[in-house]
Design a binder for this molecule. Structure first.
Ligand SMILES: Cc1ncc(COP(=O)(O)O)c(C=O)c1O
Length: 440
């Protein structure tokens, strides 16, 4: 019998939220099935676009299947040129393709960045779970900047200024995820400018995770850090969210305007060491997804409207429930629900931590799959949950929207009822769960 030993740092990271929630739901389902329970499950945990991959991208992938050769570690030039054009068209900034690196999803690019860039990382919390485990795996320091509900979870430049004045080290990198997973908030240009001012003052780099940029419901409200802080921002984006191709594993990172040839080479060196290149057929296909293409533009417009309709409906409904305060998203497909008003009842019921809040919401017969606790980087007694509003048949909903787009707010409510009945029912289940929590 071989005893396989694992490096101790692996034990320090938690299971990614998608796997954790998936496993928890699978386990709960098994328990329910053996107990004869037939209650439905509400999939508010997993943050995946519910829509189909745009057909022109699917066709382009099929047509590129013969590109079997290895390619440049940083990505093929034609794709990097297309990404530069995309940034100009959608976000209004010029970027030399030499400053663009393509990687297998932004997750991997973020990992590469954390490996390359010296110093600690500042993570605002609540946050997407992906950052912290990567930082722990590299044995780096991270600093948690707690965002406050009274500020609608927005970074306050004064707080950031005070926070970074107290931390030591010659360089830090702030993670600025905009639109923000898990709250759905979107920063205004003015707010970003003030944050950039603080970053300039303290020599802070920004990892601008803009993976949900084109999922901003009103694009007039979105400004890329590429316009505001080009000299200090690493901007990541990719195909996973607005083009619903998470499984294609393709993302890009725009390096700061001040990046030297050495930094560009270092990035390529690490990319070549770790993954060599993103699948070459995927890269050729992705050119189609980045070049001007009416079908994809329409697709992005329609899907962002559907996200808005679903997000506003569900967050408004959850806000009507006593004990819950939910953010109203302006982008992405999440909102954040604060359960702290229920803290005394939760404690009495034995729900001692925010991790246990997730377990309780999922328990029979409530079956609400959410992401809570460590997965959002919350303190143990900060009861909050990320709600992903993607529990519906994306393809069908997309076709229905195209045939008959809702024209008024009452049409929009009807649209949700017709297309996302499980999300509508989730609020009843939430009310049932609260009654249960409040029972003496
Ligand atoms: C905020 C955020 N950043 C990055 C990612 C990872 O995206 P990718 O599929 O490009 O690795 C996700 C995916 O859930 C995310 O929510």
């Amino acid at each position: 019998m071989i005893d396989i030993l694992i490096e101790p740092h692996v034990n320090k990271i938690v299971m990614p939220d998608n796997l954790k929630v998936g496993l928890m739901i699978a386990e709960q389902r098994k328990k329910c099935a053996s107990g004869g329970c037939n209650e439905e499950y509400y999939g508010l945990g997993f943050g995946q676009s519910p829509f189909h991959v745009p057909p022109s991208l699917v066709n382009a992938l099929a047509e590129s299947a013969n590109q079997g050769h290895y390619s440049a570690a940083e990505g093929i030039l034609e794709l990097r040129q297309a990404i530069a054009g995309f940034n100009k068209r959608h976000f209004g900034f010029d970027v030399d393709p030499n400053r663009i690196v393509v990687g297998p999803g932004t997750k991997d690019l973020i990992n590469t960045l954390i490996n390359i860039i010296k110093g600690g990382v500042i993570i605002p919390s609540p946050s997407w779970i992906g950052y912290r485990p990567q930082i722990i795996l590299t044995d780096k320091h991270f600093h948690t900047l707690h965002l406050k509900p009274e500020h609608n979870y927005r970074i306050q430049p004064e707080d950031l200024d005070e926070f970074v004045s107290k931390i030591e080290g010659e360089q830090h990198m702030l993670i600025l995820n905009n639109p923000h997973n898990p709250t759905g908030i979107v920063y205004s240009k003015k707010e970003l400018e003030k944050i950039a001012e603080v970053c300039r003052k303290h020599n802070i780099l920004v990892l601008a995770d803009e993976i949900y940029a084109l999922d901003t419901y009103d694009m007039n409200n979105f400004t890329s850090m590429g316009l505001v802080y080009p000299e200090g921002s690493f901007i990541t984006n990719g195909l996973s969210k607005d083009r619903s191709a998470g499984g294609y594993r393709l993302g890009s990172c725009v390096l700061p305007t001040t990046s030297t040839e050495k930094l560009q080479k270092d990035f390529k060196k690490v990319a070549a060491t770790v993954y060599t290149n993103v699948s070459t057929p995927t890269q050729y296909a992705a050119i189609k997804a980045y070049e001007q293409n009416d079908e994809i533009d329409d697709y992005i417009n329609i899907t962002r409207q559907i996200h808005r309709i679903m997000g506003h409906y569900l967050s408004d409904e959850w806000n009507k429930v006593d004990g819950i305060k939910a953010t109203r998203p302006d982008g992405a497909f999440y909102f954040f629900a604060d359960f702290n008003e229920l803290k005394p009842d939760l404690k009495k019921k034995g729900v001692a931590t925010s991790n246990q809040l997730g377990e309780s919401l999922l328990s029979c017969p409530h079956h609400l799959g959410t992401v809570t606790g460590d997965a959002c980087m919350l303190e143990p007694d900060d009861y909050g949950a990320r709600i992903a509003f993607v529990d519906y048949d994306g393809k069908k909903t997309f076709e229905n929207y195209k045939k008959n787009p809702p024209k008024s707010s009452s049409d929009e409510i009807e649209f949700v009822k017709q297309n996302a009945p499980m999300m509508v029912k989730s609020t009843d289940s939430l009310r049932g769960w609260i009654d249960f929590i409040k029972q003496a």
